[in-house]
Design a protein around this ligand. Structure first.
Ligand SMILES: Cc1cc2nc3c(=O)[nH]c(=O)nc-3n(C[C@H](O)[C@H](O)[C@H](O)COP(=O)(O)OP(=O)(O)OC[C@H]3O[C@@H](n4cnc5c(N)ncnc54)[C@H](O)[C@@H]3O)c2cc1C
Length: 299
């Protein structure tokens, strides 16, 4: 496969670093990594840059990161799709006089980078061809993860932020999750309604050893689940063997993020679109169906 000369990966999470390293190594002869949090490295990485204080705001290092990447003129910059990732991607793209390609799920290289991402809420695929330097935010699960290797002799970047004073860092109150790699997922939609029924769905997830996921409104409007657990075109993509959708209507913006071997749906509306996507469907109230299912599975 034709490769470009050099690339950068910019990411904080270990999972993202391992995935993006594998992705960059597919397309570039040289891969450099800016590890924004813990000093992690991966097979295929040629040089690692870390931040002097990974607990401080990434914004303080933005100038140094942009300068470093601009000096090395890579043809490809793969950036973790996170709040900090998007911030840095915008600054890097602006420095190269190009734009960022976000939510990308597929990349090809034919002398220029061609990316694919869902458009119009998942109803279309947008295909974009990059300028000289492609700055791409990649959805999780787009590449198989590279192996982790010890991070030896990283180059430490110093803060060059202006106008920002780092005061304190507090951990967000949300559970860590690796939904995109989960083998089983119980996903709750708005039909779950309240904490009591959510507890039933969590019990089911415990019994079948599944990760919990949700639809966007459950996280963003009802605030019943953390935002890193919503699945769909603008959230996490999942590829489990088993996907149990409880009180999920099955809108395309949600289902386009689901590629499951087997789908089970529980919904009180027999006309809900999810029933045309599932292998097994149960028409009923979540509060009635879930306890019966849990009891059956526990037997
Ligand atoms: C640009 C764009 C991007 C979007 N991105 C995403 C995304 O990434 N992910 C995502 O999920 N959504 C996304 N959405 C929103 C999406 O269009 C839907 O609105 C959303 O997926 C619907 O969530 P839901 O199924 O939980 O809720 P609803 O559509 O309100 O459906 C609730 C379902 O629960 C059933 N129900 C109600 N009560 C019960 C009960 N007691 N027992 C059993 N069933 C019950 C109802 O029959 C209904 O089918 C996006 C929208 C836009 C415009």
């Amino acid at each position: 496969m034709e490769k470009c000369k050099s690339s950068f990966v910019v990411a904080a999470g270990k999972g993202a670093i391992l995935e993006l390293a594998a992705g960059a190594a597919q397309f570039a002869e040289k891969v450099s990594l800016v590890a924004l949090a813990a000093p992690v490295s991966a097979q295929g990485i040629d040089a690692v840059y870390t931040l002097e204080d990974p607990n401080a705001s990434v914004a303080l290092y933005a100038k140094a990161i942009v300068k470093l990447i601009c000096e090395q003129k890579p043809e490809l910059v793969l950036v973790e799709q996170s709040r900090n990732g998007r911030l840095l991607a915008g600054l890097i793209a602006a420095a190269f006089g190009t734009s960022v390609q976000t939510d990308v799920s597929e990349i090809e290289y034919d002398g220029a980078f061609v990316t694919k991402r869902a458009g119009y809420g998942g109803l279309a695929v947008k295909v974009e061809r990059s300028a000289e330097t492609a700055v791409i935010c990649v959805s999780s699960g787009s590449f198989p993860a590279a192996g982790e290797v010890p991070c030896e002799a990283p180059v430490v970047l110093k803060a060059e932020g202006e106008g920002i004073t780092f005061v304190e860092k507090k951990e967000k109150l949300q559970q860590r999750t690796n939904l995109s790699a989960a083998r089983r997922v119980v996903c709750v939609g708005r039909g779950i309604g309240d904490e009591e029924k959510l507890a039933l769905a969590e019990e089911l997830a415990g019994v079948i050893e599944a990760e919990m996921g949700c639809t966007r409104p459950v996280a963003e409007e009802d605030h019943l689940m953390p935002t890193n657990r919503y699945i769909g075109v603008s959230g996490v993509s999942v590829k489990p063997e088993l996907y149990v959708a409880v009180g999920v209507s099955g809108q395309v913006q949600h289902t386009s993020g689901v590629s499951a071997t087997r789908v089970i749906a529980i919904n009180k509306d027999e006309h809900a679109p999810i029933f045309s996507e599932c292998d097994f469907g149960v028409v009923g109230e979540a509060k009635d169906v879930l306890p019966k299912l849990i009891a059956l599975l526990k037997d």
